[in-house]
Design a protein around this ligand. Structure first.
Ligand code: TPP
Length: 564
């Protein structure tokens, strides 16, 4: 069937089951924008900045598990997406970003609003395409979605020149994709999996260290079964939060720079680390030479290039986390001999991990001032862990990771790998679009929220009742914390006294605004804000001197934690 490129674009999205796109227009998008005028089945969320569009599609994807889609114009529209794309790339989030491009004839001419977005984003996309012929458009879109969601997920960029969107071509959507040289491995090697079980069975101090791969492969039920079956303690990375219930007796909390004492000590003292869907990021490992120095390491990962990249691995298993954990459980069932002494044979160890948890719980000084940790504890209590929480970056992110108990996968949206301030608010908008009836909360810092605060207009326009809780310390708090600890309190560049009145600003956008100054106001205001049905910003004036503890100084081993 003959169609214009713009119509082929829309039909292809329909074939992929896309119901929502996050977009911003320009000259190069006009044919597509116009064709979408008639496509009322595709929700079109018009943002206020292209960075917001990509973060929103990313939040939509993290919350729902679907591929997030955004569409922007050429040149500055495309370059504005780079931070969002790099954020998704670092955290393996499946996105398809459509950038429009100047006419094919003008490409390479320094034409008006031309940017080589393929070249600019090559290092931070899983793959990218420039569509030169309208007859290739449908096939390319099919491939883009396939690549984004398969194997180790990630962002794929498709650049569509304006004339390609206007030209007429044949529309045929194939069911199958076959890309030479791209064949992800899902099935872990049975021999390696058996070897791993033997090693675990002979260990005395095993620990599971899990990451975002548990979430993206949907492996949390298998992880829970596996951990419970052998009674192995679990720690996870920031990206892995929610992959294992945060209130489970075997859960040690997050590991790493701001991890718990128990998690970091368990890794340090362990004799076998079972790493599943985690990539040994330096924020998690601390000093690599001393990471789990007495342990053998089993590493399950779908991406073969991440194996032995940062930490030398003893038993590599390339495959999908869910598949491998399932197989491990099957093998344990089939051959009970190996693990017959479990969990009794590691009871000393589990006792020890419990002791660490008891002796050094996550805590903070209760001195009558308004503390961020208290606010987060209250939010957990009021939401019973059922909210979707997006965070910004900095102290707000770490306190949230520590003090909100994430019970389910896809309940935290946070920029782990790139650490992008300005991510959380648009991401919370994306999540709210995916789940209109859920409570979606953005935990923010007063610095981060100012990076994409313009998206308040988007939230108001589309009636998205997201709640932004600003933990307002009048500082770029996390940098201030480093200056306090390592630069003798020279707070250069980090004082944020010149901020807008956030309540008035919210009202100016048409959102609701609240302010909290004292501990006894927290519960009442939050309750009201969570029930008002409107986009809402809550300015919480916390004690500006509060720091995040425990803290492993950069480059130090995990055992060298600064405690409260
Ligand atoms: C786009 C971007 N710029 C700079 C940084 C470096 N950075 C990391 S945390 C931080 C401070 C964040 O301050 P705020 O949002 O107020 O949160 P707080 O730490 O006070 O909770 C900065 C500047 C970053 N992560 N991202």
């Amino acid at each position: 069937m003959k169609k214009t490129g713009a119509q082929i674009f829309i039909e292809s999205l329909r074939m992929e089951g896309v119901d929502t796109i996050f977009c911003y227009p320009g000259g190069a998008t006009l044919y597509i924008t116009d064709a979408l005028y008639y496509a009322s089945d595709i929700k079109q969320i018009i943002v206020r900045h292209e960075q917001g569009a990509v973060h929103a599609s990313d939040g939509y994807s993290r919350a729902s598990g679907k591929v997030g889609v955004s569409l922007v114009t050429s040149g500055p529209g495309a370059t504005n997406t780079v931070t969002g794309i790099a954020t998704a790339y670092m955290d393996s989030i499946p996105l398809v970003i459509f950038s429009c491009q100047v006419n094919t004839m003008l490409i390479g001419n320094d034409a008006f609003q031309e940017a080589d977005i393929i070249g600019i984003t090559r290092p931070c996309t899983k793959h990218s395409y420039l569509v030169r012929d309208v007859n290739d458009l449908a096939r390319i879109i099919k491939e883009a979605f396939y690549i984004a969601r398969s194997g180790r997920p990630g962002p794929v960029l498709v650049d569509i020149p304006k004339d390609v969107s206007a030209n007429i071509g044949e529309f045929k959507y194939t069911d199958k994709v076959s890309i030479r040289s791209y064949k992800p491995t899902y099935i872990g090697h049975a021999g390696q999996i058996k070897k791993a079980i033997k090693l675990i069975a002979s260990s005395k101090r095993p620990v599971l260290y899990t990451g975002g791969g548990i979430i993206s492969s949907g492996a949390s039920a298998e992880l829970l079964k596996f951990a419970e079956k052998l009674s192995i303690p679990v720690t996870n990375t920031l990206m892995g939060l929610g992959g294992f219930p945060g209130n489970h007796p075997l859960f040690l909390g997050m590991l790493g720079m701001h991890g718990t004492y128990a998690a970091n000590m368990a890794i340090t003292e362990s004799d076998v680390v079972i790493a599943v869907g985690a990539r040994f990021d330096d924020r998690a490992t601390g000093k690599v030479d001393e990471f789990a120095a007495h342990a053998k390491i089993i590493h399950v990962d779908i991406d073969p290039t991440s194996i032995s990249k940062n930490i030398k691995v003893d038993i590599p298993i390339v495959g999908d986390s869910r598949h491998v954990l399932k197989k491990m459980l099957d093998f344990i069932e089939e051959d009970k001999e190996d693990t017959k002494d479990y969990p009794a044979s590691i009871s000393e160890w589990t006792k020890q991990t419990k002791k660490w948890q008891k002796e050094y719980p996550l805590t903070y000084l209760k001195d009558g001032t308004l503390k961020p940790q208290y606010v987060i504890e209250k939010i957990f209590e009021l939401t019973k862990g059922k909210a979707i929480i997006a965070t910004e970056v900095g102290q707000n992110q770490m306190w949230t990771a520590q003090f909100y108990k994430f019970l389910k996968p896809r309940s935290i949206l946070t920029s782990g790998g790139l650490g992008t301030m300005g991510y959380g608010f648009p991401a919370s908008i994306g999540a709210q679009v995916a789940f209109p009836d859920k409570l979606v909360i953005n935990m923010a810092g007063d610095g981060s929220i100012q990076m994409n605060i313009q998206e308040l207009a988007t939230a108001v326009q589309f009636n998205l009742p997201v709640k932004v809780v600003i933990l307002n310390n009048r500082y770029l708090g996390m940098v201030r914390q480093w200056q306090e600890l390592f630069y003798e309190k020279r707070y250069n560049w980090t004082q944020m006294d010149h901020a807008p009145d956030f309540v008035k600003l919210a009202e100016a956008y048409g959102a609701a605004g609240y302010r909290i100054e004292k501990e006894d106001e927290v519960e009442t205001v939050l309750k009201e804000a969570f029930q008002n049905g409107r986009p809402t910003l809550i300015d919480v004036r916390i004690n500006p001197d509060e720091s995040v503890y425990p803290m492993v100084p950069a480059g130090a081993p995990l055992s060298e934690m600064l405690l409260v």
